[in-house]
Ligand binder design. Structure first.
Ligand SMILES: Cc1ncc(COP(=O)(O)O)c(C=O)c1O
Length: 395
């Protein structure tokens, strides 16, 4: 009987333990379930962990990206360079400011932006670049930073995949003007939903805090309306000087995030060991390319993406995908390049062929299950099923 995983193995899953449950329960018995002390505590812990001056926690990774784009003053008439290989949120955050997205192809090694892909696209309108540390591997950040400083552009790292990763012995979170994390359940640590923007710039942190809370400015020293001097400008007085939203995260979420942060190293090490086991098991396969991490950096191993050598197979990627799903593997595809989605095809006239490296990556990519609670046996099961299916698919 060929092996089938019952119940199916998902591609990602949170690891929540009794400490996490107790942390959440204790908030629920407190006065403050939102806008309370767990929020600055979570922010301070992540800022310290990453080695950055300021952290602003928000309700999701998407809210983090949108807030960062607003803080970078993206708006109508400006542009941000975004890799086409990313989740929709990276580009949506730009469009929701009114700015336009300038897609770029990826580097074939890091699968992220590089100086070579970015610099030719920079124009007077370029206000920001949003590199994505894809699957957890940091981009070539030194080269990218050289370009952004040279042209006076804000760098916003979409590090939704990369909390826990390092680049040249520096932590992801400290490499860009602003770095956005996501704490969705499949990510390095979870707060159920949640996100955070990290920055060393106090002015950006101030603006991010305003964006998170309706644009409200409470500090009297920063008030600017003539009404601030009126007899009736009492203690309730605040000003809205620029637009904001409710992107607040609750104390319940932050208590979970704080408790999870204690386990970040354990989770990252586990992911890394499991990824190594996959890579060793597939090393001799002529039907698969395994992911490669450059020697001067470490990956957070958010995703383990193999690429099928389709020329050696008589089956399509879709047939392989469906056969693996039938055998109980929750495989996924991350991601169809954004320029191929109808919204961006229509808006920018993009078509197949515009970004060949990302397209070739997408055509062959398959994400295998990887999360910290997996055992070596789970990995061995996945390997056995993948080898078995590819054996049948072989030309
Ligand atoms: C690259 C990337 N950016 C942004 C996000 C958005 O994060 P969230 O789901 O927390 O809004 C995700 C989520 O999957 C992502 O993968």
């Amino acid at each position: 009987m060929p092996k089938t995983r019952i119940p199916p193995l998902p591609y990602g899953h949170q690891s929540v333990d009794d400490q996490d449950v107790a942390a959440v329960e204790s908030v629920l018995r407190d006065d403050w379930i939102t806008q309370g002390p767990r929020i600055p505590a979570f922010e301070a812990a992540v800022a310290e962990r990453v080695g950055v001056g300021h952290a602003v926690a928000v309700s999701s990774g998407t809210a983090a990206l949108h807030s960062a784009c607003l803080a970078a003053e993206l708006k109508d008439g400006t542009k941000a360079i975004v890799p086409t290989l990313t989740f929709g949120a990276t580009a949506a955050a730009v469009r929701l400011t009114g700015a336009e997205v300038q897609f770029a192809d990826i580097d074939s090694e890091t699968l992220g932006l590089s100086a070579q892909t970015v610099e030719p696209l920079v124009t007077q309108e370029t206000k920001a670049v949003i590199p994505v540390d894809f699957a957890g591997q940091p981009c070539d950040w030194d080269d990218l930073s050289e370009i952004t400083s040279k042209h006076g552009i804000t760098s916003i790292a979409d590090a939704a995949h990369a909390l826990g990763a390092t680049y040249m012995a520096r932590n992801v979170g400290s490499l860009a003007d602003m770095t956005c994390f996501s704490f969705h359940p499949v990510k390095a640590i979870t707060s159920a939903e949640g996100g955070m923007v990290l920055t060393d710039a106090e002015s950006l942190a101030g603006r991010l805090r305003e964006v998170r809370n309706h644009g409200i400015v409470r500090d009297a020293a920063n008030h600017s309306s003539p009404d601030k001097k009126s007899e009736d400008a009492g203690p309730w007085y605040y000003e809205i000087q620029d637009i904001g939203l409710n992107y607040r995260i609750s104390d319940i979420h932050c208590a979970l995030g704080l408790s999870q942060l204690n386990k970040l190293d354990i989770f990252t090490n586990k992911r890394s060991a499991l990824a190594d086991r996959y890579t060793a098991a597939f090393a001799d396969s002529e039907l698969i390319d395994t992911p490669n991490v450059k020697a001067d950096r470490s990956s957070a191993w958010h995703l383990y993406v193999i690429r099928l050598k389709l020329k050696a197979l008589s089956w399509s990627r879709r047939q392989v995908f469906e056969a693996l799903r039938d055998r109980g593997l929750g495989v996924q595809v991350h991601y169809m390049p954004l320029h191929l989605h109808p919204y961006y095809r229509l808006r920018y006239g993009h078509e197949r062929g515009d970004f060949p490296i990302a397209e070739a990556y997408y055509d062959a990519a398959l994400t295998l299950p990887l999360f910290p609670a997996m055992t070596e046996r789970d990995i061995d099961d996945v390997v056995e099923i993948v080898m078995d299916v590819l054996g049948a698919a072989r030309r």
